[in-house]
Design a protein around this ligand. Structure first.
Ligand SMILES: Cc1cc2nc3c(=O)[nH]c(=O)nc-3n(C[C@H](O)[C@H](O)[C@H](O)COP(=O)(O)O)c2cc1C
Length: 195
């Protein structure tokens, strides 16, 4: 059954990338609800390689500052929650739990570094997109951004466990005054083939 128009508007047509935030807080329960929704999005072999680091204290957000491009600093510091979307290059260690009916599934990845890297990046990125849509579904707003130095973020947050940052999503309740004019999208004819 298709969702109704109000739901489609909330998820896609009216949802906007946010640059300013109201004072409304995001609770820890909402952060947990967000993960517990997005985790159901599909990944190849259920590998679930994404890792999510939620920063909600000012001091933890400030650890990001040296890595952020100048245009992304103020809105990130002002966001109630900042989520680093990362992936674990050793995600396959969880395969016995996540794909238990194939006991050797882990070997697919330990035997091919290329497959492991592709799987981690592709599915970690997908899971970041699931987070954006899950946030919208729960009545939160998102502001994704990639304008930062990944190596600096990895050194600051992940040196001891080897995770790799992909992109960042600011989360909160958007202040519409910070939204840019809506940009056009490609038409079906421009973006799609239908055979
Ligand atoms: C992965 C990703 C990275 C982005 N990086 C940045 C960024 O570094 N700085 C920024 O201002 N906006 C960034 N954006 C925001 C996009 O420009 C914005 O989502 C797009 O123009 C669509 O805007 P709309 O959702 O309001 O229609 C990023 C978006 C995504 C999904």
């Amino acid at each position: 059954m298709a969702l109704d128009d109000a739901a489609l508007d909330q998820l896609f047509r009216e949802a906007r990338t946010q640059n300013k935030w109201t004072d409304e807080k995001v609770t820890d329960d909402e952060i947990r609800a967000l993960y517990n929704l997005l985790k159901w999005g599909p990944t190849s072999a259920n590998a679930s390689p994404a890792r999510f680091v939620f920063l909600r204290s000012q001091s933890s957000k400030e650890r990001l500052l040296p890595a952020l491009s100048s245009g992304n600093r103020d809105k990130t510091m002002a966001a109630p929650v900042v989520c680093i979307i990362a992936h674990d290059p050793k995600f396959h260690e969880q395969m016995p739990k996540l794909f238990p009916h194939v006991p050797n599934a882990k070997d697919w990845f330990t035997s091919s570094e290329k497959l492991a890297q592709e799987t981690a990046f592709r599915n970690g990125t997908l899971q970041g997109a699931y987070l954006i849509l899950a946030a919208r579904a729960l009545g939160l707003d998102a502001g994704p951004m990639s304008g930062f130095d990944n190596e600096k973020v990895d050194a600051e947050f992940f040196s001891y466990r080897g995770w790799k940052s992909n992109f960042i999503v600011n989360i909160g309740h958007g202040d519409p005054s910070g939204v840019f004019p809506r940009l056009p999208r490609l038409t079906f004819e421009e973006a799609c083939d239908l055979y």
